[in-house]
Ligand binder design. Sequence first.
Ligand SMILES: [Zn+2]
Length: 243
Amino acid sequence: MKEETEFYLPIGLTDSKGTLHRKGVMRAVTAEDELELQESDGVQFNDRQRDLELLARLIISLGSLPQVGPDSLMELYEADFLYLQMLFNSVNSGAKPRFRCPSCGAQNDLDVPTLFKTKDTEETKTECGFSLPQGSGLKPEIGTKVKGKMQMSRCKDYITLYRDERARRSASWYYVGLLTRSVKKLGAEKAINTGVISKLTPRDFSFLVDLFNELNNGVVRSIKSPCSCGSDIRVELSLPGEA
Ligand SMILES: [Zn+2]
């Protein structure tokens, strides 16, 4: 008998017909899963791809999608992927993140599978606007400020990026790659490529890196959870892979 857990994605997958799929079922991992993934190593998986292939085996259903495979999971937003990794850890280790209520002092457990069952009424924003602190060297659209737009990144962005050796070796190139894919507008620049992103001033660059992390990780990093005393608490979680 395999243990199965119902879960809810923080954002969800929207299919080509515009239907949103958030509710799913994940089963526990077995030694066989790990072994079979090792055998298919010839495909030259990177770590991301391996995690994705493993999740695709374990997710039995997602909304009304006819089947869940690596291809459909590639379209997941990064926030959903981070959540699925958190869920994987919770399903397979049984560990629950704990937090202390600042009002009454009680210790509470967070239930990862139902963390996003009832979402905030406001929809999660999958893109945001920004205004660069300096904007030197870029053409502003009007006025003096360089404004732009950033989109949440998806699983496939990371998988293609992990194939780039330069990005694997250097954190700066890694973020240049991510920002090139997620910044959709930057002043009056016609194309946003690595050339444009790598010419940003250090201050503008770190501003965009912070914004990127907030946009993509904020959803699963900072969670509102009720305590039995009635207070609503903001819980800060550490993400998978973080110390
Ligand atoms: Zn409390």
